[in-house]
Design a protein around this ligand. Structure first.
Ligand SMILES: [Zn+2]
Length: 259
């Protein structure tokens, strides 16, 4: 039997799909990409300096600015879009192995993806964490303190410096989270990278893990990526239209068998 090579051949029969999402899936929800032409860091280089852990710990003014930026983030008003919903549909049909995301906006869970399917390799801005005692607090509770006039709210338990539960530059990724992502890449039959430039490790290397372990690779991204040559299909089209169409194709063959 010939190996299936086209999307119409292999999408309907993929049974364990692992998806990796990046900033490009959330731009339709009004959350700017950090590194694109309209990106936050491109337009305001000091914003990137605010993301290094050393600057944050050393300089109270950086922390004050960062708390204001968190409070004013577009994430709090953002709604999930059609691409997020398409991944919920894949999960409900029992076809999603895992959903790895580089995004910190929590929109996959807001759309209805299960917390146990979502692997947030860069953390989440919907929680705050104390850098001294690791206490985690829902971010809205801390932002309410910022609104009430605390410009750098300390941990209520130990008085330590708090930040969003995200991976800043200079901070190591969580090894357990990374391990889960690698296992999800190695144990899928189809790996779909969506809205990510695949230039930030280790997320990018997950494509290689998947292909090395026998998965087919589909890349959906507006711009070229370093892994395009490795992919079975490359779709340089808007994520918000393309991912729902691929999900329809995957689900269209009546293989909605559940788990
Ligand atoms: Zn603490």
């Amino acid at each position: 039997m010939d190996a299936p090579r086209t999307l119409a051949d292999f999408l309907p029969v993929a049974e364990a799909i692992t998806v990796l999402t990046g900033a490009g899936i959330s731009t339709d929800s009004g959350i700017p990409d950090f590194r694109g032409p309209q990106g936050v860091w491109t337009k305001d280089p000091t914003a990137e300096a605010m993301s290094t852990i050393d600057a944050y710990l050393a300089d109270p003014e950086v922390r004050r600015r960062t708390w204001r930026a968190r409070r004013d983030s577009p994430v709090w008003d953002a709604e999930p879009n059609a691409a997020h919903a398409a991944l919920v549909a894949l999960e409900r049909a029992g076809r999603l192995r895992a959903l790895i995301t580089q995004n910190i906006d929590g929109l996959h869970q807001r759309a209805g993806s299960s917390a146990d399917k979502v692997i947030e390799i860069h953390g989440t801005m919907r929680e705050a964490v104390c850098l001294s005692c690791d206490l985690r607090t829902p971010m809205p509770e801390i932002l309410a303190r910022v609104d009430a006039g605390e410009d750098d709210p300390p941990c209520v338990s130990c008085g330590g410096v708090q930040k969003s539960a995200t991976i800043s530059f200079g901070q190591a990724l969580d090894q357990d989270v990374l391990d889960a992502a690698i296992i999800a890449a190695r144990s899928c039959d189809l790996f779909v990278a969506v809205g990510t430039s695949l230039t930030v490790q280790p997320a990018a290397g997950l494509c290689l893990e998947a292909v090395d372990h026998g998965a087919l690779l589909v890349i959906i991204n507006a711009a070229e990526t370093p892994y395009d040559g490795l992919a079975d299909a490359v779709l340089r089209r808007p994520v918000g239209e393309t991912l729902p169409r691929l999900a329809d194709l995957a689900l269209g063959a009546g293989r909605t068998t559940g788990r």
